[in-house]
Design a binder for this molecule. Structure first.
Ligand code: BYC
Length: 325
């Protein structure tokens, strides 16, 4: 099904104007509605990166399932990792409403040509990292995705509503881990602080480059896919998180962090954009390991795909036989 493939390469300016008027009026664009090819492509780009992030994002946390300190922690972590798989599936389904096959997108992930969030290329070295991911990474995702729940494309926006509800649970379980460790023994508190030290800056990078260096933002904001810019969302996350760190007696690892009375914002020191681009271009601490694990999982799942296809063929044969009878 390719409902939104353009009929021709030249798009009628009147149609584009009509489309933009619908966006300006706050209408939601649905799969069968006409849309400019560029809008469709931007959505496929962004949604597929998002789906890949959910799936690759299972790996750093999955690393700790067998080592969770208690049964309760293990159950929560298992549920969280399973949720992330579900998020990936909803969003891949969303891309299919735009006329792309998810297998094509997964192939791009496996052959290394697709992007996914930079954050998942960092290692989880201690149990506190699981707390830091829930608190900071899911916390950042909520700030970003609450806005995407108001995106102009219906299937993406609706997927975000459910995903945000689940991310809220993830964030709470992560923050609770951090609060418990911070109130624990000196060694546990050091572990929590060390995790915050390592995850703080990469979490801020999740929001993407500064607005002045973000080639996609203008178009996405104009078409109501993004509702706030990268820097606006990053600032919102910083303002929320500084207070949360104080509440559990942890220190944000930024000597330049300062409250600006005029704007009521917490101002931060410079982000290391060289590190960001290094990670995005495939040279972060765990990029190779993550892709190798995804490829291995894909190969290991081959028998399931073969069995599912054989079962579907059998069902189809049974249906056609009963129709003929
Ligand atoms: N990492 O023009 P820009 C989760 C790329 S998973 C890598 O600002 P845009 C979770 C960007 O793609 C949640 N690449 O882009 C899962 C673009 O490259 P291309 C993940 C990045 O699209 C498991 C170039 O840089 N969330 O929560 O306007 C466990 C220029 O950027 C990154 C989403 O995916 C990055 N951080 O804005 C736990 C949210 N940032 O494509 C938790 C959906 C930028 O032109 N996505 N790039 O080659 C978005 O909201 C937007 O796509 C972004 C970037 C804000 C990320």
């Amino acid at each position: 099904m390719t409902p939104n493939k353009p009929e021709t390469n030249t798009e009628d300016p009147a149609r584009i104007a009509g489309f933009e008027a619908r966006i300006a009026a706050g209408e939601t664009i649905e799969p069968k509605d006409w849309m400019p090819e560029r809008y469709r492509r931007q959505l496929v780009r962004m949604m597929s990166q998002h789906a890949h992030s959910e799936v690759v994002g299972m790996l750093p946390e999955g690393n700790w399932i067998t080592r969770a300190p208690t049964l309760r922690r293990k159950m929560s972590l298992l549920a969280k990792v399973q949720d992330e798989a579900g998020h990936g599936l909803y969003i891949y389904c969303g891309t299919e409403t735009l006329g792309v096959d998810r297998h094509e997108l997964i192939q791009q992930l496996l052959n290394g040509t697709a992007k996914y969030s930079s954050i998942f290329n960092y290692p989880t070295l201690s149990w506190a990292d699981i707390g830091a991911i829930g608190w900071l990474v899911d916390g950042a995702a909520i700030v970003n995705q609450t806005m995407l729940a108001k995106a102009s494309y219906g299937p993406y926006a609706r997927a975000m509503v459910r995903i945000c509800k689940e991310e809220n649970f993830h964030k709470r379980q992560g923050y609770e881990i951090m609060a418990t460790l911070s109130a624990g023994t000196p060694a546990q508190k050091r572990m929590a602080q060390d995790a915050l030290d390592r995850w703080w800056w990469p979490s801020l990078m999740m929001f993407g480059p500064h607005d002045t260096d973000s080639p996609n933002s203008d178009e996405l904001l104009r078409w109501g896919v993004k509702r706030k810019s990268n820097d606006e969302l990053r600032q919102r996350f910083i303002n929320l998180t500084v207070a949360q760190a104080k509440a559990i007696d942890l220190v944000i690892p930024d000597p330049q962090l300062a409250f600006d009375e005029k704007t009521q914002n917490w101002l931060i020191g410079p982000i290391d954009w060289d590190e960001f681009w290094r990670v995005v271009r495939g040279n972060g601490p765990c990029n190779q390991e993550r892709l190798a694990a995804r490829r291995q999982a894909h190969d290991d799942g081959e028998w399931v795909r073969v069995a599912a296809a054989a079962y579907a063929a059998k069902q189809a044969r049974a249906e056609s036989t009963s129709e003929a009878a």
